[in-house]
Design a protein around this ligand. Structure first.
Ligand code: HDE
Length: 677
């Protein structure tokens, strides 16, 4: 066949790193044009393959080495590019340009992740979520490597391998995947009481987010801000999603693991492709140095949070995610975060968890990314210039020109030269440190339960019920009676009633004693006190031929204007005919659509008598109702509400003009769920 390609075509590239292969001749990695890519070189048409087939060997060898080790934790992730803008200068607290220059838009790259599961596990497992942000600042890369839960399991990083071993699949049989519902994890929990607070969060709705776009991010560890006068402040970082913090229901989360294991990936990808750019405001809690000991916990203890009611979260800027990745492996998989990637004005504290993190991240990248040059991978490169005397090593790409590769030289005029702090050189905060070398922890770290109780006290009734359900599920899967009992005894320290209910659910003698005298609550911790919005919520519109054309058209128009995302589901894919010449395209059918994929349902139904369609519609309605989602129904659809006794229940919208119906529906969707159903 004649080849239409111009053999003189230039090798176009988007930039040094982004290559478009489409429309080009195929070559080997040495640039040699390939004439045949489907047949190996053989001795005769039925003969053995010949060793000399360098093209086959190069292709196969590369393929054989396509995978790199997955992250030991946070293996499953999904990322996007964005930008950060500062609302007001924080120069009183920090000299970091990213937090003082309001004129600047700083590029960012964010990777969301689950912690426990393998790279191929499902998105909606019960777990903490990683929320790692790389800011490509003019002063170097700054990484805010956060989670969606503000506290951690342990106080000292030396215990990290233990907690991770305990929650990963059990080592003898690699079961269960991406789940903490097993003996080893709960054995660890019962015997390491410092994790009680974190475990309360893991059992809460926070561990099953509705979307990456609807979860908070927390730096967890206490960091330091340092201003240009050298004055320091303690700081905790927060990301607050503009759409509010919302969660799935456990039954949904479990079903989604099978129906759409990529649920959170799809959600983020689709939102960005639609132009619904996810937004998060950055907040800081700032504590003056002199207030270090004014709290009833230690600021260096990562199992504690600072209640927002005690130190308000000051909102200082916003990040918007505006672009999906071009290549998952090159960007999402190869990105390397590190809490020690800081810029002048941001510093560390002696939090023993943070100190361990400062060691661990580079150490793990060395094996995962195959050597010390991973900062040269495009996604990891700073956008500001970088120069030093580091050389060579696996996968070195920079061709350093010149003979000098050592500091204190005369041949290159003693460059690259260190910069003074005035010139932007990083200077560590001069904290006075003294003490005996000792393996011991301060007594101020020993209250393991007060904040766990505060978390429980802060929950609304449905949130408390979900926590009980989660404990009962997870501990119900634990085979060891002793481990079950030990956990009931542990959580009796948090709340006696909670422990008693769990005990009954899991066949353990309910404890008679225990409980907590802590009455403190932090209302900011309840997800009922979060921004509510109907924007970007997905609505299943179930209809068939003969639907009320003008009515549905008006309703959908109003929803799209309000930012909802309706999706038409019918018997088959393709055009569906309504009255008055209105036609709509069904992009989902009875085979592909499931109620758990949507935030709300609009049951129109139409005149279809198709059994599969009607059965699906009935199932949809039933499940959406049980999951407390908004349901709207008109015409034939409305009749089904009566059959199931759903009419006039909270969040069930019927009647009225199309405009009025659409409005009431939007308000109901914005409530996220109707817990009073
Ligand atoms: Fe991490 N953590 N971590 N971590 N972490 C890693 O680094 C570690 C902790 C967090 O999307 C690893 O590159 C230790 C807290 C995120 O690529 C590893 C300790 C928080 C990500 C590591 C902690 C985090 C990681 C594995 C306790 C919330 C994913 C792969 C001392 C503030 C980043 C890697 C990404 C990844 C170590 C505790 C957040 C092994 C030793 C607390 C979001 O280096």
């Amino acid at each position: 066949m004649a080849d239409k390609r111009n053999s003189n075509e230039k090798d176009e590239q988007l930039d040094v790193f982004r290559v478009v292969d489409k429309g080009k001749y195929m070559t080997t990695n040495q640039g040699l044009k390939v004439s045949e890519d489907e047949l190996s070189l053989t001795a005769g048409v039925r003969g053995p393959t010949i060793m000399e087939d360098f093209h086959f060997r190069e292709k196969m060898t590369h393929f054989d080495h396509e995978r790199i080790p997955e992250r030991v934790v946070h293996a499953r992730g999904f990322a996007a590019h964005g930008e950060f803008e500062l609302y007001e200068s924080m120069e009183k607290y920090t000299k970091a340009k990213i937090f003082t220059d309001t004129s600047k838009k700083t590029p960012t790259f964010v990777r969301f992740s689950t912690v426990n599961g393998a790279r191929g596990s499902a998105d909606t497992a019960r777990d903490a979520r990683g929320f790692a942000t790389k800011f490509y600042t003019d002063e170097g890369n700054y990484d805010l490597v956060a989670n969606n839960i503000p506290v951690f399991f342990i106080q000292d990083g030396i215990k990290f391998p233990d907690v991770v071993h305990s929650f990963k699949p059990e080592p003898h049989n690699d079961i269960p995947q991406a789940s903490t519902a097993h003996d080893n994890f709960w054995d660890f929990v019962a015997n390491n009481p410092e994790n009680a607070h974190m475990v309360m969060w893991i059992m809460s709705d926070r561990a099953i987010p509705r979307s990456f776009r609807m979860m908070e991010g927390f730096g967890v560890n206490t960091f330091r801000f340092v201003n240009k006068n050298g004055e320091a402040f303690f700081v905790k970082f927060h990301w607050k999603p503009v759409l509010g913090t919302h969660s799935l229901i456990w039954d949904e989360a479990q079903k989604l693991m099978g129906i759409d294991p990529d649920y959170h990936r799809n959600d983020l990808w689709d939102a960005i492709e639609r132009g619904d750019y996810p937004e998060y405001e950055l907040g800081v809690q700032i504590v003056p140095q002199e207030d270090e000991f004014k709290f009833d916990f230690d600021l260096l203890d990562a199992t504690k949070l600072i209640p927002e009611e005690e130190v308000p979260v000051k909102i200082i800027g916003k990040m918007k995610l505006t672009k999906n990745v071009d290549n998952f492996f090159a960007e999402t998989e190869q990105v390397a975060f590190h809490p020690a990637n800081v810029v002048p004005g941001i510093d560390f504290t002696n939090d023993p968890l943070l100190q361990a993190r400062l060691f661990s991240y580079v150490d793990t990248q060395l094996i995962r990314l195959g050597g010390p040059n991973f900062h040269e991978i495009p996604i990891n490169r700073p956008i500001c210039p970088f120069h030093n005397n580091q050389r060579d090593g696996y996968h070195r790409q920079t061709i350093n020109v010149g003979r000098v590769n050592y500091h204190r030289n005369s041949l290159a005029n003693n460059t690259p030269a260190p910069a003074s702090p005035e010139e932007g050189g990083y200077k560590h905060y001069e904290e006075k440190v003294e003490g005996k070398k000792i393996r011991a922890r301060s007594k101020s770290f020993t209250d393991f339960f007060s904040q766990a109780t505060m978390f429980w006290n802060s929950m609304s009734a449905p949130e408390k019920q979900h926590i009980i359900d989660a404990f009962s599920f997870e501990l119900g899967k634990v085979k060891s009676k002793s481990v079950r009992k030990q956990n009931v005894e542990l959580f009796a320290n948090v709340n006696l009633e909670l422990a008693q209910i769990i005990a009954r659910n899991i066949g353990v003698e309910p404890p008679a004693q225990g409980g907590s005298t802590v009455t403190k609550a932090s209302p900011a911790l309840s997800q009922l006190n979060t921004p509510m919005s109907a924007k970007t919520r997905k609505v299943a519109v179930i209809l068939s031929d003969g639907f009320d054309g003008p009515y549905v058209k008006t309703v959908l128009g109003a929803w799209i204007t309000a930012g909802l995302v309706p999706e038409i589901i019918s018997e088959d894919l393709g055009m569906v005919k309504g009255t008055n010449g209105v036609t709509l395209e069904a992009t989902q059918n009875v085979y592909t659509a499931q109620s758990v994929l949507y935030d709300a349902v609009f049951m129109v139904r139409g005149s279809s008598t198709d059994k599969a369609f009607n059965e699906k519609a009935a199932y949809f309605l039933d499940e959406a109702f049980r999951h407390k989602k908004t349901i709207g129904a008109i015409g034939e659809g409305e009749k089904w509400l009566d059959v199931n006794n759903y009419t006039n229940k909270p969040g069930v919208i019927t009647n009225g003009s199309a405009t009025d119906f659409a409005e009431r529906f939007i308000k109901a969707v914005a409530m996220h769920r109707h817990w009073n159903r």
